[in-house]
Design a protein around this ligand. Sequence first.
Ligand SMILES: *Cc1c(COP(=O)(O)O)cnc(C)c1O
Ligand code: SF4
Length: 346
Amino acid sequence: MITPKLIPAHQSTDPDSWPNGEWSEELRNAVREVPALLSAVKLRLDQLEQPVDNAADFPLLVPQSFVARMTAGDANDPLLKQVLPTQQERQNQPGFVTDPLAETDVTQGFMKAPGLLQKYQSRVLLITTAGCAIYCRYCFRRNFPYREHRAGDHQQALDAIAEDTSVHEVILSGGDPLLLGDAQLQQLLATIDAIPHVQRIRIHSRITIVLPQRITQGLLDALQQRRCHTVMVVHSNHPNELNAQTLRAFTCLKQVGTTLLNQSVLLRGINDDPQVLAKLSIQLFEQGVLPYYLHLTDHVAGTQHFFVGDEEARGIYAQLQRQLPGYLLPKLVREHSGADSKTLMN
Ligand SMILES: *Cc1c(COP(=O)(O)O)cnc(C)c1O
Ligand code: SF4
């Protein structure tokens, strides 16, 4: 690894000034305990509406720079609510199950090779890592048995992609693919890029939002060297997540020709408000990102308190549509197990 250059991340959009080691350092220093998080946002337990869960199976993890974007003293802060484990996750609501999309059900045949999922024509999804730089309470893969499905060196998955000439797009997912180091990503991207029938490489990464320092020169080089078109889908749910550092990260990615799209999840109590969603689209656009999907949550056990039903979602969406030009309106979608695409809800 190159020696980090100690330039504050917000000072320049010149990718050369991106420090290489800073992001992994920040990840090591991420907040992992409820008391530390509450103390950082100046909240006492008795100020919270929901009792916290200090022993949740799905752990707490949040980088300091994301905590810094929360409003101190606000128990309803939309960023805090995305990461703070509460007892609500222990409610067992009928119909909410660990794997609603049956992704791991081998009888469904979605798993083409270890770590390689294909549900839709012409594109495959590669599970690159098990880890993330943040643990989102609403995560639909919070119960996913990554350890069993992780590809290791991805060799079988890459062979399967090379053999199937109907695959034109490879989606790197996880976990978060940007948790891999620059050298590993460089190699993975180069191998996929060398498969002639692959035309696009898409990376889905919430790290672009929660740890924008991850957009290092090494990563930018790895993206720029590609024959394939590269697409980065950032995962932002709320305008408060965007700041000078995300702007800088997106600017650098655009400079190397990567197309930037955003996918959000519609979350009760966090962004189930047309005003908030409109502001998110507008601010993303100002930072160079176009909206892609607004996802309804799946029936995942432990996330029922974030769930917004179809009718309510359509109502919010109709109000959103009135406020925005068409190109700033994300597609409202839900995933149905067994369907041959995401299902458009509007
Ligand atoms: C969502 C998803 C995709 C991508 O679908 P798009 O509509 O192209 O964004 C691909 N593969 C799997 C398994 C998915 O769940
Ligand atoms: S970043 Fe995505 S995969 Fe990771 S915990 Fe959050 S929602 Fe889940």
